[in-house]
Design a binder for this molecule. Structure first.
Ligand SMILES: [Zn+2]
Length: 147
């Protein structure tokens, strides 16, 4: 991302959130050279990412949906909105780098879990219980033991 003021190519992200239509990410950036702040809209790849659910139905990937799940999982934990946003930023970077056009919802959930595991164990368990569709208590206990 090139700074509109001085043309410098290095900037840091100070805020990111989904656009109103959910198809792109609105980022506030700060130029590392002149400190000017500017806004970019970044699409998630050329084509929307399709998330295939276990029952065979599919839906378009939506950042706000992942964020909502994370906020629920992180409720009352010492985790800042910045940390939650960077989990999703990191996830989307990997999705973009791998050029996925379709992903199983379970695989997507696993990618979130990998990141959450490093952040907070309780949030990890909560998110896992929502997204992994634990079929029985044993599976849930296995996940806890795996921590
Ligand atoms: Zn600049």
């Amino acid at each position: 991302m090139r700074c509109p003021s001085c043309g410098h190519t290095d900037s840091k992200v100070v805020d990111s959130r989904p656009s109103e239509d959910g198809t792109s990410i609105r980022r506030r950036r700060e130029c590392l050279k002149c400190n000017r702040r500017f806004t970019t809209y970044e699409r998630l790849g050329e084509n929307p990412l399709v998330v295939r659910k276990s029952d065979g139905t599919s839906e378009v990937y939506r950042r706000d949906k992942i964020l909502r799940g994370l906020y629920i999982a992180c409720a009352k934990r010492h985790i800042t909105p910045d940390q939650i946003n960077s989990v999703v930023d990191d996830l989307e970077t990997e999705l973009r780098n791998k050029n996925y056009t379709e992903i199983q919802s379970k695989a997507l959930g696993d990618m979130v879990l990998q990141r959450l595991r490093n952040l907070d164990e309780v949030a990890y368990i909560r998110f896992a219980s929502v997204y992994k569709d634990f079929k029985n208590v044993d599976e849930f206990n296995q996940a806890i033991k795996g921590l």
